[in-house]
Design a protein around this ligand. Structure first.
Ligand SMILES: [Zn+2]
Length: 236
């Protein structure tokens, strides 16, 4: 990958300067970006790129053949090697960060306190979908798991990210199930640590403090079998 991912060090970066590395059709590869590309259940950022005073809407950012491609609404009138100013649609991204962080806290508690595993997730601006593998599944249980998560969120836990060597990271309970699926070539893992309550290898964007998330509100439950208990939640 030729692109440095600026959000890994600073997920609050709303604007940035970069150089175009490659331009193909409507796709632009930059030497660095603060745009999150679609992945890990979190949608891509949107926003705009500004080149020579001309604005190009970024409708999607995705990983294609190992490269981070900013897909523009219109064909760019520039090539490689020019200065680009990027501006994120911050309101949307911040909602994703809050949802993503709240999802960690809920999933962390579901895993450590109830033995549930996450089998799928899709983060959204207004609602997030979560699928669990869980023996018992009823509204009372989910409400109590969410009440517990809300207690933890209200504790204003600090969210820290740091890099650990793979062997060290693998010793952390709960991080292993994710680290196991990583290719052996990856020697260092980025760890996201939410006040020690949920610790996992993760390349996503999070808020700095769980107090920013607000409260989780259960919106809907769907039972799709033991390995697919589905809930939708929002934040209030
Ligand atoms: Zn995360």
């Amino acid at each position: 990958m030729r692109t440095k991912l600026l959000y890994m060090d600073d997920s609050y970066m709303k604007e940035f300067d970069a150089q175009s590395v490659e331009v193909k059709e409507n796709g632009v590869v930059l030497d660095q970006t603060a745009f999150y590309y679609r992945g890990g259940g979190q949608p891509s950022d949107t926003g705009k790129l500004v080149v020579d005073g001309k604005e190009y809407a970024v409708k999607e950012v995705r990983k294609e053949q190992g490269e981070v491609v900013h897909v523009l609404e219109q064909k760019p009138e520039f090539g490689a090697g020019v200065q680009v100013h990027g501006i994120l649609d911050w309101e949307k991204r911040y909602k994703h960060m809050k949802m993503h962080t709240a999802a960690h806290v809920l999933a962390g508690g579901m895993a450590s306190e109830r033995g549930a595993l996450i089998t799928g997730n899709q983060i959204g601006e207004e609602q997030t979908r979560f699928d669990f593998s869980l023996e018992n599944f009823d509204r009372e249980l989910m409400e109590s798991a969410i009440a517990r998560a809300n207690e933890k969120l209200a504790e204003n836990l600090e969210v820290k990210t740091y890099i650990l060597p793979r062997e060290e990271a693998m010793k952390i309970p709960g991080v292993v199930k994710l680290a196991n699926v990583l290719p052996p070539a990856i020697k260092e893992l980025r760890i996201v640590d939410i006040g020690g309550y949920d610790v996992q290898a993760d390349g996503g964007t999070h808020v700095k403090n769980t107090g920013e998330c607000g409260r989780i509100k259960l919106l809907k439950m769907e039972n799709k079998g033991k390995n697919n208990r589905r809930i939708y939640f929002g934040l209030e």
